[in-house]
Design a protein around this ligand. Structure first.
Ligand SMILES: [Zn+2]
Ligand SMILES: [Zn+2]
Length: 145
């Protein structure tokens, strides 16, 4: 059965092909905190061909603090952020994993930008964590991307 998710109001639903979620990245940077309106971002790299979207998200392009072009796709009714297309990750949709129906599937494979994480968050032992962005080789090995 495909993984399913959607926005808070139900106007947009999606399905991801495959049984297991791609590995999840937890980013604690300030930009992600602002962009999610929360303490961190949970992202999974999904191939566009694997994602079937029912409904029509609106696109909000912007420049990240590091000057990268990034476009958030959100529900135009309830503004739930669904996925991001990021210049740094061409060819991938960066799924906002909190929109999945089955939130048990969300277990971060790596934590990054922990230097700016909220002080009350205790990271789990045994999960790789980096103060900033991981070295590219580490990131590829950890995420498969
Ligand atoms: Zn909605
Ligand atoms: Zn971030």
């Amino acid at each position: 059965m495909a993984l399913q998710g959607g926005c808070a109001c139900g106007a947009i639903r999606y399905e991801i092909a495959g049984e297991t979620l791609p590995r999840v990245v937890c980013c604690h940077c300030r930009d992600c905190q602002t962009h999610t309106g929360s303490a961190f971002d949970l992202t999974a790299f999904v191939a566009p061909d694997d994602m079937r979207i029912l409904g029509r998200p609106v696109a909000a392009p912007r420049l990240s603090p590091r000057g990268m072009r990034t476009t958030l796709h959100a529900c135009e009714v309830c503004f739930t952020p669904l996925y991001v297309v990021h210049e740094a990750s061409p060819g991938w949709l960066l799924l906002r994993c909190g929109t999945l129906d089955d939130s048990e599937a969300i277990v971060p494979a790596v934590h990054m930008f922990t230097r700016s994480k909220q002080p009350w968050i205790t990271l789990p032992e045994g999960v790789p964590a980096y103060p900033e962005f991981p070295p590219a080789d580490d990131f590829r090995a950890l995420t498969g991307r």
